[in-house]
Design a protein around this ligand. Structure first.
Ligand SMILES: [Zn+2]
Ligand SMILES: [Zn+2]
Length: 277
């Protein structure tokens, strides 16, 4: 874990031309930072857009580039975080500085984003794909975003996104939230569930789509995690973008999410941990 901060060799590997967001809906697009998605919400060309999550470190330039192609040289109205794990806030500081934007997170997550608390160390016995791929990006210190951070409102409303609600989905982290738009049942689930089997390097690389529980290595509270997946399944989302993996929609997605919600212990909880519950 105590690796030197990663330099930026990726600039040589990933051409800036490829920093293009993929559109899921007319006003929802995503950009993948290595293995972690960030989302852009807002119609192309609008001055009213919002960034959801900030990806791994050293991707600020590419996220800005992808955003510019969609919105021109316009800063987002806000940056929203599903949670504060390093792979979702790695570029947050640089982006907040560049855009001079407020960052919103659930009140229970704020201490982890202001350097006051650290997340528990992951359970390395359930490691694998994602964990090892991201290991060069593990930070040595907790992130401190005090200058920009604001708690999300208690009533579930989301600043600058009139039609969206923040849904508290703890388990993966205490203040994890998912963002949901009721009118077309669009869900950004962060890591409450994901669409790639993160314990498999192969699945992470070829991005084979399948609904899976939260990344096991980083999930300390499986009881809460199960409740959160059930809560999200009950919303009957039609389209989902998750923290890791490709977006999914329609019947196959809905069936798989329901299956995960109903058989969470068997499908999501690592074997040796499920005995504890
Ligand atoms: Zn996470
Ligand atoms: Zn993640």
């Amino acid at each position: 874990m105590n690796q030197e901060p990663f330099e930026e060799p990726k600039d040589e590997i990933i051409d800036m031309e490829h920093a293009v967001a993929e559109e899921i809906l007319a006003d929802v697009a995503y950009y993948r930072t290595l293995m972690v998605n960030v989302a852009f919400i807002g119609d192309p060309g609008t001055e009213d857009w919002v960034l959801v999550d900030c990806g791994i470190g050293h991707y600020a330039k590419r996220i800005i580039e992808a955003a510019e192609k969609r919105f021109g040289n316009i800063a987002p109205k806000a940056i929203l975080l599903t949670h504060g794990h390093f792979d979702h806030v790695g570029s947050a500081k640089k982006l907040a500085q560049h855009y001079d934007a407020r960052i919103y997170a659930h009140p229970f997550e704020v201490d982890y984003l202001t350097g006051k608390r650290s997340y528990p160390v992951g359970d390395s016995t359930v490691g694998g794909g994602l964990m090892s791929i991201l290991s060069p990006f593990y930070p040595t210190n907790p992130v401190d975003l005090s200058k920009w951070i604001h708690p999300l409102p208690d009533d579930g409303t989301v600043p600058h996104l009139k039609h969206w609600r923040a849904i508290h989905t703890p388990g993966h982290t205490p203040g994890h939230v998912s963002f949901f738009r009721h009118k077309d049942r669009t869900l950004l689930s962060g890591d409450a569930f994901i669409t790639v089997k993160q314990e498999s390097s192969m699945a992470v690389f070829i991005q084979h789509q399948h609904v899976h529980g939260p990344p096991a290595y980083f999930t300390p509270n499986w009881i809460e995690a199960e409740k959160s997946v059930k809560k999200l399944a009950a919303l009957n989302p039609r389209t989902a973008l998750t923290g890791h993996g490709l977006p999914m929609e329609g019947e196959i997605f809905q069936e798989q999410l329901l299956e995960l919600a109903m058989n969470f212990k068997e499908l999501a909880i690592p074997k040796h941990q499920s005995k504890l519950h």
